[in-house]
Design a binder for this molecule. Sequence first.
Ligand SMILES: Cc1ncc(COP(=O)(O)O)c(C=O)c1O
Length: 395
Amino acid sequence: MAATRELGISRFLNDRVAKIPASGIRRFFDMISGMEGVISLGVGEPDFATPEPLREAAIASIHAGRTAYTSNYGLFELRESLAEHLARLYDVRYDPRSEILITVGVSEALDITCRAVLGPGDEMIVPDPSYVAYVPAVVLADAVPVLVPTSVETQFAPTAAEIERHITPRTKALLLGYPNNPTGAVVPREELERIAVVAQRHDLLVIADEIYDRLTYGVEHTSFASLPGMRERTVLLGGFSKDYAMTGWRVGYACAPAELLEAMMKVHQYVIMCAPTAGQAAALEALHGGEPYVQAMHAEYDRRRRTIVDGLNAIGLPTFEPRGAFYAFPDIRPTGLSSEEFVEALLKEEKVVTVPGDAFGPSGAGYVRLCYANSMENIEAALERIGRFVRRRTA
Ligand SMILES: Cc1ncc(COP(=O)(O)O)c(C=O)c1O
């Protein structure tokens, strides 16, 4: 009895859950609660509210009494519109009846993909640094994440050669999250083509998280499934959170050949039932009338991107040019601080929230992530504060 009490309730925890750490991002948000005058470039979400017509569409759907579950797959009109949208933008074709599943964000789509595909001992290749949920999703599916380091030398894009070096007989899948969180990297089309050859050669499934597909700057997004032969071995994940400023609505999607999608659907069906109905109405409107808003937000992010990248370089923190998403990833080693020390000291001394690069994997050490989905005024003020902070450290 005493022994049981000492072990506490955690004795009931499953090993895999006990093993994964809480997100390295959250800790810093807890530190700022109650602090005045903080500028947060921490959280990775648009500062824009969801465009008005999208909100109106959800309200109209609620007023019309559409408050029940939708099909497990999601509203058929939404799947149909999505199929047209993806065909128009990327020339990838999915059957809305059997190859598209509307999910609770890419978060759920990623989880059900991993659970449908991975098993004990299977390895999944994950370029490093990458979005914080990738490694836990693999671990929770009882599989093994194999990190492929990327660095500023290749603009944080993984190369086919590096990926191939990490393939073993247990490798089942490759997870590509580009445009990338946290680096803003995109993978050049020619490199994606070489990666496709590797995927084919080693018979890998490719999970392509393309949630930032509409947020690229000066380069066109290539959807991995559109490369020759890749549709049949790709799960395309996408969503509305970032492109349409809809993080709180919780709507995303997964597209895959029918047999695989059906397996993912089983997990989704028992755990989720369906994505939120009003959120799906907003998403449908996003595909019909969202384009001008996407373009306006994109133009604004691009302006901020140039300001923050130039500003950080001028301060003496070398920052490569991010070509996608809404993050800058400066090298903070000139300050002599570790990522964590930098983030903590900057927060305490100058009240600017950033995220340590190594919260996204070991290759992020020596860097920090700044989200520039924030007002120009805040970005300029943050740059001034960071400049002051860096001058003190390097004087
Ligand atoms: C690369 C990436 N994938 C997925 C997600 C999760 O997005 P969702 O809101 O669609 O669950 C995020 C959110 O930050 C992200 O950056």
